[in-house]
Design a protein around this ligand. Sequence first.
Ligand code: GLU
Length: 488
Amino acid sequence: MRTRFAPSPTGLLHVGGLRTALYAWLIAKQSKDHFLLRIEDTDQARSIPGATENILRTLDWVGIPPDEGVILREGVATQTGDKGPYIQSERLELYKKYADELIASGNAYPCFCTEERLKNMRDEQMKRKQAPMYDRHCLSLSPDDIEQRLKAKEKHVIRMKMPHGNVIKFTDDIRGPIEFQAHLVDDQVLVKSDGFPTYHLAHVVDDHFMEIGLVIRGEEWLSSLPKHLVLFAALGWAAPRYAHLPLLLNKDRSKLSKRQNDVSAESYKDKGYLPEAMINFLAMLGWNPGTTQELFTTEELLEAFTLERVQKAGAVFDLEKLDWLQGQWIRKLSLSDLSERIRPIVAEKYAAAENDKEFEKKIALIQERVTLLPEAADMLSFFYEEPVIDTAMILSAKQGVEAANVTMIIKALVDTLDGLSEKKWNDAAIKDALEGAMATHDLKRGQILWPLRAILTGKPFSPGAYEVAAALGKEETLARLQKASAAF
Ligand code: GLU
């Protein structure tokens, strides 16, 4: 089952597009076949340089690169496969050939109507509360008239001729059987006045020659399906199977919008989401496994995914769910894997992290707490730069740390920890020693732990005092305590 993803290079890849790509990738891989990427750039005015690379990089990031078509090689978009070219602007001859064939067989006709005439026609139709639709004015032109106007190079488009009277029946892989009345479907423009084909003609030709078995695309194309089925039939080709995916919705169930959500897939990478979490999240946007399992690796998705379990109703883009999945995935990664993903982000801010041999130990302290990868830099800052001594934060009436006893407490901390040998400098030994100090000096747990943690990290929230002291090392811990003591 060859499938394809066919984005238009008009901007950053949309999260809905990435879901479409994922489903198409899963179906192709399940049948050990190719997943193609085709670039649909027939709307030249809207094409943006670099958009293709962005799309490919995003697919790479989540681990679903195309096997055929436009691919990324050493960061550069190139083409591979024997059914190319895979960029529509390089296939114009082919579209022209089939547009001519459709005219010759009476399934398409030139239309010379001006913008102004079309606008008046639509206004009239709206006034009569009719759906705007081409009135077939040019269908009744005589062959001579057409020939003359074409010779005179009069501006025109090519329209398809819907077979009025026919009922077009089809079974969509997600929506089941559907019927369309041909006379209610517009005579779609197939070739624009600039000679470029529209999506409708181009993708039919391409899906045929690229031997696509199943077209997976967004629900917004469902209403155009009868046009595409008619084109396949008129060209004498078998239509592929189709699966139209449910819309993505904002929480208030309106159509997913930029105003309420970030819709560029890359923005989630930039924010520090894991590709594992993103894939898991996108997979469940409209699909469910029919069990209570919520965490899926790509391999598990390959096992479990079926189009039968994709819903028809819109799928809510729930960022809380994404954050939850992200948390689950962060905890699931091995410490060394997580460390190596976080290291470059922290090293950007603190160069010392680059070659820090103790980096994993530090990550171990935050693996339970971190959600987005870039948060780690701030969470670990106190390891790489001495915190500012905040005397107000070190004091805590609630914990029983007051101006009157703070110097005594810090001295007890210094004396106790100084007594521990470097060799014994670990969480458990530090904990033992400090519990001893609590008993000896008649101090409560908070009276020891709060100031120790606050002094070492300079933060109101952080991993626990024992772990931080252990990871910082004896020398640094004592130096920070002594410096704090001098501040009171
Ligand atoms: N170029 C179309 C789009 O960007 C592709 C639709 C399809 O997959 O057929 O939405």
